[in-house]
Design a protein around this ligand. Structure first.
Ligand code: ATP
Length: 284
């Protein structure tokens, strides 16, 4: 039997870092939502006790470094599953882009293997397993829109943001999340985006206030390392996006656009100098 799971990309409408913890992680406040740009996982049971990963994308690891491999290994160990699995990753989400592609693949593998092997694991337990693989994995398991606190693993579901078009543009650089957090200095944390303003904008369904409340403290690090990310933000703003922000640790920049008539102009304008541009919707 084969089963399929979608692994959508996430964007951060807000990303704040409160402090560095003693365990090395950062205490964060993030408002995250999913968009309809997704990898697709095909999973098939193997009689031999082994995990095999394949992908059409030539640029991701296919061994134990792959997060879907790690998810399969973890669930097999914890639930004493002696069967194997073949997982094919049809990658559509750009890699090392700030869109949580790897985390979403891990989440989809956990959800899918729970179904494939009829393990009956609750969503809460899946999230606990996911947190062992990465801070964004629990959110990728539950999806929708959430406020994430702690190191990103404590989730509080919130209502859907006002619907709009989302233009994603990824400049041709790969950014390491660990490197960006490692370079974050206390002086860059003197001003913070307002989580309460963003929550209130979403609750009131105010698109304008949601755009005005976008904020990401990691921008100061990534933009100083890669000025092209700042230039991309400016271009998106100039082309008419209503709100513009870098997602996660970057380098992907997203623009929120309320009017469909503006989307083609922004897309075409960006495509002139950026090869990876996507027009998507938020998943509600
Ligand atoms: P985040 O927003 O959670 O920081 P990201 O979008 O910046 O994630 P990923 O696309 O998850 O980054 O990739 C980060 C690294 O993880 C890459 O260097 C890649 O080699 C590795 N990786 C492991 N498994 C996967 C996977 N299934 N898909 C993509 N990358 C993977």
């Amino acid at each position: 039997m084969k089963i399929y799971e979608k692994a959508p990309a996430k964007i951060n409408l807000l990303l704040d870092v409160l402090r560095k913890r003693e365990d090395g992680y950062h205490e964060v406040e993030m408002i995250m939502t999913m968009v309809d740009l997704a990898d697709r996982l095909e999973m098939e049971e193997l009689p031999r006790d082994t995990i095999i990963i394949s992908s059409q994308a030539g640029y991701i690891p296919l061994d134990e470094k792959n997060l879907a491999f790690q998810a399969a290994k973890l669930i097999k160990e914890r639930y004493d599953v002696r069967k194997g699995v073949y997982i094919h990753l049809d990658k559509k989400i750009p890699v090392a882009a700030g869109l949580a592609g790897g985390s979403s693949d891990a989440a989809a593998a956990l959800r899918g293997l729970n179904r494939l092997w009829k393990l009956g694991i609750s969503e809460e337990e899946l999230c606990e397993l996911g947190a062992e693989l990465g801070s964004d994995v629990p959110f990728c398991i539950t999806g929708k829109t959430a406020l994430a606190t702690g190191r990103g693993e404590k989730l509080q579901r919130i209502g859907n943001p006002p619907q709009c078009w989302v233009v994603l543009a990824k400049p041709p650089i790969n950014v390491s999340t660990a490197d960006v957090y490692g370079r974050l200095r206390a002086s860059q944390l003197e001003s913070h985006p307002s989580t309460s303003d963003m929550l209130s904008a979403i609750e009131r369904g105010s698109f304008g206030d949601m755009c005005a409340s976008l904020g990401n403290v990691l921008e100061s690090v990534t933009l100083s390392l890669y000025p092209e990310v700042g230039q991309l933000k400016e271009s998106m703003q100039r082309l008419g996006a209503d709100g513009v922000l870098m997602s996660g640790s970057g380098p992907t920049v997203f623009g929120l656009v309320s009017k469909e008539s503006k989307v083609a102009r922004i897309y075409n304008g960006l495509r002139g100098f950026c090869k990876e541009v996507y027009v998507v919707r938020m998943l509600t």
